[in-house]
Design a protein around this ligand. Structure first.
Ligand code: HEC
Length: 260
């Protein structure tokens, strides 16, 4: 991945840019002249890191699901600080970036600012959920990765103008239904031969924003709800999708306006 900018620079110099796959969205020659190539790469990296950070938060919630749903415990200890520690570890493991050392990193100022904002919004969502999570005697409270992700996304968009969305080909929540761009990417992800975690991205036709799709995969905990038997109800009351371990489970869609 680190070699990619260099490779692409060579392709550009050699005039091969038009042979890049449409995922790069560079088909239209007018777009090519308006946005510098390094800006497109920077936008893509930012969008990808935001998707990984949102998914890391989802995964931390998923890891704590059993504790959160324990009816015998009042205080779960899932404080915003505890969450943040796990989030930073998860993100460092997955993206190789230490959120505590963003200032010394090679990331763009925009990337740093948006990542910090996403951490802060994610913590706020956990802080605001404390009463709900610590309710004594209650078992399943409906605080699941998708609910966390939706709350974070709504707030993040309100603060930054960057859109984050969880989507799947056949979503449980109609609000998560894919648009035509998202559908094409989800269909590619659904192919079992598709390379793991390979994102799909493109510049919007008017060059105003970059769109990116980051694939999600079913872990053992996801299968509690999204696994088999297909059609049987899970504990949230939805029919199970019948997914198997490691299968694509949808995607995080990012829409990053160029000026944000
Ligand atoms: C406790 C049950 C439960 C678990 C565990 C769970 N999900 Fe979900 N998932 C749901 C429910 C319920 C929704 C719909 C939420 C809503 O109403 O927005 C959902 C929504 C989603 C969506 C958005 C598309 C849609 O169907 O609306 C994706 C993507 C998704 N889940 C993936 C995962 C992945 C990946 C994991 C594991 C990391 C996971 N889920 C774990 C119950 C669960």
């Amino acid at each position: 991945m680190r070699r990619l900018p260099w490779m692409l620079a060579c392709l550009t110099a050699a005039g091969w840019l038009s042979t890049l796959p449409p995922a790069w969205g560079l088909e239209s020659s007018s777009d090519r002249s308006t946005i510098p190539f390094h800006t497109i790469l920077e936008l893509e990296q930012t969008a990808r890191l935001l998707a990984i950070l949102l998914d890391s938060g989802r995964a931390v919630v998923n890891d704590n699901q059993t504790v959160l749903d324990d009816p015998t415990k009042a205080h779960k200890g899932f404080t915003p600080e505890a969450f943040e520690g796990q989030l930073r570890d998860m993100f460092r493991g997955r993206a190789g970036i230490n959120l505590n050392e963003l200032d010394g990193s090679a990331l763009s100022p925009r990337s740093r600012r948006l990542l910090q904002e996403l951490v802060s919004v994610s913590k706020q969502v956990i802080a605001d959920a404390q009463a709900e999570l610590n309710r004594q005697g209650a078992g399943f409270k409906g605080f699941i990765p998708a609910v966390f992700g939706a709350r974070v996304s709504t707030r993040f968009t309100a603060v930054t103008g960057v859109r984050l969305k969880q989507t799947a080909l056949d979503p449980r929540n109609p609000a998560n239904r894919p648009d035509s761009y998202e559908r094409v990417a989800l269909e590619a992800f659904a192919d079992s031969a598709y390379p793991r975690e390979k994102v799909i991205s493109e510049m919007a036709a008017n060059s105003s924003s970059l769109r990116l799709m980051f694939p999600l995969y079913a872990t053992r905990q996801c299968l509690d709800c999204h696994g088999g038997p297909k059609g049987g109800l899970d504990r949230t009351g939805y029919p199970r999708e019948g997914l198997t371990l490691g299968q694509n489970a949808g995607a995080i869609s990012v829409l990053l306006p160029v000026g944000k």
